[in-house]
Design a protein around this ligand. Structure first.
Ligand code: GLN
Length: 454
C-alpha cells in the first residue's frame, strides 16, 4: 500500500531519491511467512520505513543529496539500519535532503527540492525534508532523520509531523555520513509521539562501533509515551524559554504556542518562565563549529575513494588536480561556502579567535540549560520561528536560511534531546511545531509530555 502511495504522489512531492520496492516487498513477505509460522516478532515487524539518504545502506545507493556521491553504493549498513532490518522493518527507500544535511528547506539538494505536502509551493523544511514529507504525505508511516542543528525537528514542525532528536550518543552514528561529529544525532520521524518512541526503542542503545555511544541501557520510551497518553502531567514543571519565542516569531506561531501552554496547564503541569541569556550567541557559535567540523569531515571526498571522479579538462592529471576538479564539480554552493568558512576558522592564527570562542559559548549554553533544568523538568518553545515558506524566498540569503534553526540549535550544542510535535495550524492554515527539550539522558520526559499534548 505504501509503495502504491509513493507511486501515486511522489512525482510532485519528491520525498524519495531512491525507492527499493523489491527489497521492501521481500522483507514484508518474509515477515508475513515468519508470523504465519508462529514466530514471535517485534512490534514493528512489517512496518515500512523511509531512511534519510545520509545513512548508509548496504547495496543501496546513498548520496547524502550530493552529486559527489552520485551512484555510490556503500559496502555496509549503518548500525541503525541493521537494527531496523533485525526488527523486520521493510526499508522503502532513501529520502531527499539538503546536500550533506546543510540547509533548512531541501533546496540545497543536488537532485531538486522536496515539496511540502500541505502546499506544493512551499518548502518541507530541511535538511531532512524528504523524511518529513514522506511521513506527512502518507508515503511512509515512519522515517529516519538526522539532526545536527534542527534537521529532524524543523521539518517535522513545518509538515505537521513528529520528530525527535535523541540525546547525543543515544542512537549510534556508525554509518552516518558525518556533517559535524560533535552535533550529529539520528532519530525518528512519525505521525504520533508513540510511533517515534517505538522507533527510538528499536534504533537506540549502545554500539561499540561508535565511541560517542552512551554505555548505559535506555529505558522503554514507548512506556513513557503510553504513560503520557493518559493526559495527566500533575507535578511536571514546564519551563518556557524567554529567549525563544519573542521577536522574529510569526504571530500565528506564537498564538499556537500559547494555546499549547494552556493545554499543558489543563493537564496539571506547572508552567514557569526560565531565561537562557547565552542563547543569543548560539547561532553564531553553531555556524563556526559546524563548518569547522564539516570542512574536516568532507575532506575525504577527494575523487579517489568514493563516488564521483572528474579529471581536469586540460593539463596534467595529478592527484591534486583531480581532487580540485572533482570537488569543484561535485559539491554545490552551500557546501563550498561552509568548507571555505570552516577551513578559514580552523586556520593557524584564527583558531582561538573563532573555533575556540565558539567552544566557550557552547559551555555557556550548557550552563544555561543546567540552570534552567533546576527550575523545570522540561523546557518548551516554538520549534521554528515561521511556518513553511515559499521556494526561493530564502535560498539566496544564507543568513535568512540559518535563522530557521534559532530555536533548535541550542539543544545540539548542549547534546540534550528535543522533540517537535504538531500544535495545530497557524492563521495561514499551515502547521506549527511545539518543541519540548529535556536534560541529557532524560529522553523519556519528551515522550511523556509529548504524548500528553497529543
Ligand atoms: N539547517 C541547519 C544547517 O543548515 C541544520 C542542519 C542539520 O541539522 N543537519 O546546518
Amino acid at each position: 500500500a505504501h509503495l502504491d502511495r509513493i507511486a501515486a504522489v511522489d512525482g510532485p512531492v519528491h520525498a524519495f531519491l531512491h525507492v527499493n520496492s523489491e527489497e521492501a516487498l521481500a522483507t514484508a513477505a518474509d515477515v508475513d511467512a515468519r508470523r504465519a509460522a508462529g514466530e514471535d516478532l517485534h512490534e514493528l515487524a512489517g512496518v515500512p520505513i523511509a531512511v534519510k539518504d545520509v545513512v548508509v545502506t548496504k547495496d543501496q545507493v546513498t548520496t547524502a543529496g550530493s552529486k559527489i556521491l552520485d551512484g555510490w553504493i556503500p559496502p555496509y549498513d549503518a548500525t541503525l539500519v541493521e537494527k531496523l532490518r533485525a526488527a523486520g522493518m521493510p526499508i522503502l527507500g532513501k529520502t531527499n535532503m539538503d546536500e550533506f544535511a546543510m540547509g533548512s528547506s531541501t533546496e540545497h539538494s543536488a537532485y531538486g527540492p522536496t515539496r511540502n505536502p500541505w502546499d506544493l509551493d512551499r518548502i518541507p523544511g530541511g535538511s531532512g525534508g524528504g523524511s518529513a514529507a514522506a511521513v506527512a504525505a502518507y508515503e511512509a508511516p515512519l522515517a529516519i532523520g538526522t539532526d545536527t542543528g534542527g534537521s529532524i525537528r524543523q521539518p517535522a514542525a513545518v509538515t505537521g509531523t513528529v520528530g525527535v532528536k535523541p540525546t547525543y550518543g543515544s542512537v549510534s552514528r556508525y554509518g552516518l555520513i558525518a556533517l559535524a561529529s560533535s552535533l550529529d544525532q539520528a532519530g525518528p520521524c512519525s505521525r504520533t509521539v508513540l510511533d517515534s518512541a517505538l522507533l527510538h526503542d528499536v534504533i537506540g542503545g549502545h554500539d561499540p562501533r561508535d565511541s560517542t555511544s552512551l554505555p548505559e541501557p535506555a529505558p522503554s520510551y514507548a512506556d513513557a509515551a503510553r504513560a503520557g497518553a493518559t493526559g495527566d502531567l500533575t507535578g511536571v514543571r514546564v519551563g518556557v524559554v524567554r529567549e525563544l519565542g519573542g521577536e522574529g516569531y510569526q504571530p500565528g506561531v506564537r498564538a499556537s504556542f500559547e494555546a499549547s501552554l494552556d493545554h499543558l496547564r489543563a493537564a496539571g503541569a506547572e508552567v514557569v518562565e526560565v531565561s537562557c541569556p547565552s542563547f543569543s550567541a548560539a547561532l553564531a557559535a553553531y555556524y563556526l563549529i559546524l563548518p569547522s567540523e564539516a570542512s574536516s569531515n568532507l575532506a575525504k571526498f577527494d575523487g579517489m575513494r568514493f563516488g564521483l571522479r572528474v579529471e581536469p579538462a586540460e593539463g596534467p592529471v595529478t592527484a591534486e588536480r583531480v581532487m580540485a576538479a572533482t570537488r569543484g564539480a561535485g559539491f554545490g554552493p552551500e557546501v563550498k561556502r561552509r568548507i571555505i568558512l570552516g577551513t578559514y576558522a580552523l586556520s593557524a592564527g584564527y583558531y582561538d579567535a573563532y573555533y575556540g570562542s565558539a567552544q566557550k559559548v557552547r559551555t555557556l549554553i550548557q550552563r544555561d540549560f543546567a540552570a534552567a533544568f533546576e527550575a523545570a523538568d522540561v523546557l518548551v518553545s516554538p520549534t521554528a520561528p515561521t511556518t513553511a515558506f515559499r521556494f526561493g524566498e530564502k535560498v539566496d540569503d544564507p543568513m535568512a536560511m540559518y535563522l530557521n534553526d534559532v530555536a533548535t540549535i541550542p539543544a545540539n550544542l548542549a547534546g540534550i534531546p528535543g522533540l517537535s510535535l504538531p500544535s495545530g495550524l497557524s492563521d495561514d492554515g499551515l502547521p506549527v511545531g511545539f518543541q519540548v527539550l529535556a536534560p541529557a539522558r532524560a529522553d523519556e520526559r519528551l515522550y511523556r509530555v509529548g504524548a500528553a499534548l497529543e
